[in-house]
Unconditional design. Sequence first.
Length: 358
Amino acid sequence: MQTSTDQSPKPHANAGHASVGSASFRDTPAQAHHAEAASLLDILSPIQEDLAATDQIIRHGLSSDVALIGTISHYIISAGGKRLRPAVLLLTARAAGYTGQLHHNLAAVIEFIHTATLLHDDVVDESSLRRGRHTANAAFGNAASVLVGDFLYSRAFQMMVNAGSGETLAVMADATNRIAEGEVLQLMNIHDSSIDEARYEQVVERKTATLFSAAARIGAIVAGANSDTQQQCARYGTHLGTAFQMIDDALDYAGNIDDIGKQLGDDLREGKCTLPLIHALEKASAEDQSAILRAIEGGGADFIHIAQIVRKTGAIEYVQRRAQAHVEKAREAALQLAPSAYRTSLLSLALFALHRDR
Ligand code: IPE
Ligand code: IPE
Ligand code: MG
Ligand code: MG
């Protein structure tokens, strides 16, 4: 869902490394095959009103007497974002039979936590572009970004104490803690070329899948679903989130800066050994392997060159296949719910995570 309203100056579209070689992410077989896949707007249409109500709460929840808090939090929130995690909560709640309105608050809480992680993540990653505009750290500085991230975390918990049950509070507290663990684990892995797929997945599961899983589980809890259904929803979220991050990591090498609204090459510049690089390292020639190793261990790599190697080894397609396996598992879990338009959206959302270019 595009909620962008602000027209602040956009950093130059070619500031990063917008094109690598001649092919783009869209040209891979999986992408071409799904050129006609449902748009996110279509997928989310059954919960359009729920999303609008959630957005109202999000805007209202940013209020503070401290002006800079409002400035920075509005800056990032009004830049848009796909609102996927609140959508997962709203969809699972409806798919599990919820007919009330109380879940809007919890959906807003989920987006606050997501936004807080982005503010912190961009400081840690030294990223300069997010949602098509300068990151908050680039525009306002690291200290302000970290502190406003803290504000959003704590505001999320204030809202949850008012809106949620003890059960949802426990899920969110565990998820937030686990995300932090994931980010620290990732920090420990930086410049380490021995990272294998298992260690990569450990980070992904914590830093990204956890919040998707919590969103889906909370949706089921709100609906008063039994523990089996809660479990299936959580499973859906975990696999969806894992696929989502895998594709994010592929897009970091082979995406289009205008579509993803982020710089390409952030992961490599930072010495992050993500799945595309792990696979490329395995498949590359000896010469290309040493270029990758130098890039991971030393940093300061030539992104265009490494991205070409990543492509040449078929790593993008490999990541898509790995993500697809998770998407299939997510869909299996969603199919345990009773048929409805909401369940159809959950199924389509899993495909969107795989075929997305933004
Ligand atoms: C970005 O998430 C962080 C990752 C887990 C990759 P999104 O791609 O959902 O970010 P927005 O909210 O749409 O900007
Ligand atoms: C996701 O990882 C970070 C969080 C879960 C907060 P990335 O570092 O890849 O996310 P982007 O690419 O900056 O959005
Ligand atoms: Mg990042
Ligand atoms: Mg990324």
